[in-house]
Design a protein. Structure first.
Length: 318
């Protein structure tokens, strides 16, 4: 079996994100074949023994569920203020399987949340590098101007985190009779309260926020507070955006290359035709000028000579 980075193996076995696994290794809490592990080492999952907190680490049976989070529920594994968490909304067998939330939805936001014990999948959903798109339905306190929408589409600077958001897709703007508005927005990042802060920076309040899809996986008709176990085809849809983003540039380059090739071929053919036409015209002109004057001068010369001889003969008889 192929060797694997220790932190990736720990994440895959359900011990949090890769970053959390790195912290466990740095703290000296992980042992490999009886020795304290160092950050950056690779292991053979079949031959090497990995121990954390005195227990052997083994990959669990993979389990991923989609959950319809309701407003007022905390996206966390526990809460110190006696509030309900998303873990309280799942059956014990699912919680015992070691699932963790793949990203967060804030307290008042509802919608699609992925819960998984596959650390690698969790990483691919949450890390901005993989550009896993999340779509939200947003209701605003008032309708935004086109200038504001274009600003948000390009990306805005968030002072409290010192970062600029990546470009967003904003569609389906609907202006309501009561002066409010709704729209859809797609982002691939997950900064804390990102969408609410993006709009508040433009003087707009988000009054309702719901995540409706991740990748190509839609929330659909899943009832609030309910969950559904995902199958392989669901996981493919979940990561569909990432795959398409990787493929699209090569297809685009092929189309552009084919287009350029066609244009170059057309230009080349045009130049070749132009040069051929020019040569033919020049050759015809040359042949015409050589034949025309030659015949004319020959006839003229013959007639002139004949007339001259006739006159000379008449003059001699006289």
């Amino acid at each position: 079996m192929a060797r694997e980075r220790l932190q990736k193996y720990l994440a895959r076995c359900g011990h949090g994100s890769r970053r959390r696994a790195e912290l466990l290794i740095e703290k000296g809490l992980v042992r490999v074949n009886g020795e304290v592990a160092e950050l950056g080492i690779s292991i053979d999952p079949v031959k090497d023994e990995v121990v954390l907190h005195g227990e052997t680490v083994q990959p669990p049976n993979s389990l991923t569920v989609m959950f319809h989070k309701t407003a007022g529920t905390i996206t966390s594994t526990h809460d110190t203020h006696d509030r309900l968490t998303v873990m309280d909304m799942l059956p014990k067998r699912v919680v015992d399987a070691g699932v963790l939330p793949a990203g967060r939805l804030d307290l008042e936001t509802e919608g699609l949340l992925i819960m998984t014990n596959d650390g690698d999948l969790l990483h691919r959903i949450t890390h901005p590098r993989y550009r896993c798109h999340k779509e939200y339905f947003v209701v605003l306190s008032r309708a935004p101007s086109e200038r504001v929408l274009e600003t948000l589409r390009r990306g805005v600077f968030l002072p409290d985190v010192g970062k600029e958001t990546s470009p967003a897709q904003i569609t389906r703007l609907r202006r309501r009779k009561d002066g409010t508005a709704s729209l859809h927005i797609v982002i691939h990042e997950g900064m804390k309260r990102q969408i609410r802060r993006m709009f508040s920076g433009q003087g707009l309040e988000v009054t309702y926020l719901k995540r409706i899809s991740i990748g190509k996986l839609d929330l659909g008709d899943l009832a609030p507070g309910k969950h559904r176990t995902l199958k392989d085809r669901d996981l493919d849809m979940l990561l569909h955006t990432e795959v398409e983003d990787k493929k699209r540039p090569s297809h685009q380059n092929q189309r552009e290359g084919s287009s350029r090739s066609g244009r170059d071929s057309s230009r080349s053919s045009s130049r070749s035709s132009s040069r051929s036409s020019s040569r033919d015209s020049s050759d015809d002109s040359s042949r015409g000028s050589s034949r025309g004057p030659s015949r004319g001068s020959s006839r003229g010369s013959s007639r002139g000579s004949s007339r001259g001889s006739s006159r000379g003969s008449r003059d001699s008889r006289r």
